[in-house]
Design a protein around this ligand. Structure first.
Ligand code: GRF
Length: 210
């Protein structure tokens, strides 16, 4: 099979973007990042794209979804990685690229789709918190879950500490999933995730010990 192509969509700081680019040699050339796209012309992630010589397309909000459609038509990627992309994808895009879009979200989905996930985990006295990598469907932060990284909260309520821990977990699990997809280890069939040809009935979990 020929190499796969990937594009990365981001909106902000881009620590996951940078981590994916840093880890690209682990993909053994099976997936090549072709370009990045952002809705935020002042996103810090743009500097990271420059550092890694990755073409980056910036869009303004009034033409965002048509710019994104054109970008995706141009690169025709096998994998679209939402790496802190803070905009909802239009349904025509989620349908057209079904099974090819993955997202990382800072909670243990299905808990806490949307914003303020750390605050919600604290106020519910959750035992565990973490991050989820999932296929994207037409609903926000929904879609079949591939891998979750989690850690014990230990009643921690310092948001910055928790945010750092979640980022740490994200920087572990996101490259793992991209590698699995690059190597055809993980696939979406219908709305089920298959790993090495076996359907998984609950997400795979990566537990960080402290
Ligand atoms: C991450 O926490 C990710 O889960 C969420 O947006 C954040 C992006 O962080 N979707 P960064 O820009 O990659 O540092």
């Amino acid at each position: 099979m020929s190499n796969k192509s990937g594009v990365i969509l981001f909106s902000g700081t881009g620590s996951n973007l940078e981590n994916l680019l840093k880890n690209k040699s682990n993909l053994d050339g099976k997936l090549i990042y072709k370009a990045a796209f952002t809705n935020n012309p002042s996103a810090k992630g743009l500097v990271i794209c420059q550092k890694y010589s990755l073409d980056a397309v910036k869009s303004e909000s009034n033409s965002l979804n048509s710019d994104l459609s054109n970008f995706l038509e141009k690169y025709d990627p096998d994998l679209i990685i939402l790496s802190g992309y803070m905009k909802i994808l239009p349904v025509d895009i989620t349908k057209k690229y079904e099974g090819k879009i993955i997202n990382i979200h800072p909670s243990l989905l299905p808990k806490y789709p949307g914003l303020d996930t750390h605050v919600k985990a604290i106020s519910n006295n959750d035992e565990f918190h973490g991050a989820t990598v999932h296929y994207v469907n037409e609903k926000m932060d929904d879609g079949p879950i591939i891998l979750q990284g989690l850690f014990k909260l230990h009643n921690e309520n310092d948001i910055d500490k928790i945010k750092n821990l979640v980022h740490k977990v994200e920087h572990i699990i996101f490259p793992i999933v991209v590698k699995w997809i690059a190597h055809d280890i993980v696939k979406l069939k219908g709305d089920a995730v298959y790993i090495n040809g076996n359907r998984i009935n609950s997400s795979i979990k990566y537990i960080i010990n402290d």
